[in-house]
Design a protein around this ligand. Sequence first.
Ligand code: NAD
Length: 297
Amino acid sequence: MSATVIDGKAFAAKVRGQVATHVTALKQDHGITPGLAVVLVGEDPASQVYVRSKGKMTVEVGMKSVEHKLDADTSEADLLALIQKLNDDAEIHGILVQLPLPDHLDEDLVINSIDPAKDVDGFHISNVGLLGTGQDSMVPCTPLGCLMMLRDHHGSLSGMDAVVIGRSNIVGKPMAQLLLGDSCTVTIAHSRTKDLAEVVRRADIVVAAVGRPQMVPGDWIKPGATVIDVGINRIDKPEGGTRLVGDVDYESCAAVAGAITPVPGGVGPMTIACLLANTVTACCRANGLPAPEGLTA
Ligand code: NAD
């Protein structure tokens, strides 16, 4: 194996340390404690795990954590009323509504009811527009984490050929916008892309966000390229039980790539770290203070 392994777990711990330093300064110098509210509707087990670990890490970096757990049959009106209350709460700087929502709730309507300045997931239509036009916005956490790792590894990304596989609103599209913002030449590939292998072979940077286990083989990777694997897929082990794998075939890609993120331990830990970073950013902006350097796009 030749590739440098980009250790997302260690990098995320460093980001959380930076967040904690900013939180301490906000408390000491301004008497402000950043606050994050997470809203969970229903009892999806994976969402419950995410919400628990978000709450735990929020407290660990010194911020205020508020959790609202609502019944699966909560009405849209009640959910919107809660969001309005959080929008109006001066002690809450970030609001995250855990997705997916139960079917009877309109996800777009709910997300767009969050105050864009508190939309720490970066999914509000205003933030999507601000990011697309290169203005200060709240940036979706997973692509922000990928960008931070790429910047840390390469310094400047200017002029690099980047291929993003996947065009979802939460990963693929914002990732492409961020890479464009850092002056990459960006291609977005997707399920209808012709000759995906050829497209990927051109890339200095490959970001795979598909949701298909080990879909990208090593012979698609340009020698020395950097591979960021966003995928989280659970597969059966031959000996029984299951394990997590990404969207790239790790062994064969690592043999060719210059650098690669593992799954688990790559992009995953960066997502929550960036949620905390976004909350501090939102808190600073709400109080007329500059956003912390290195923690934003
Ligand atoms: P999604 O299902 O919304 O989007 C998948 C995209 O992949 C689509 O745009 C589709 O066009 C594309 N696609 C599907 N089949 C393809 C194919 N054969 N060739 C090329 N493109 C194809 O998924 P998502 O929400 O963007 O998530 C993608 C993956 O990333 C999932 O595994 C998800 O679990 C993971 N994820 C991880 C994190 C994290 O924190 N690490 C966060 C979000 C998502």
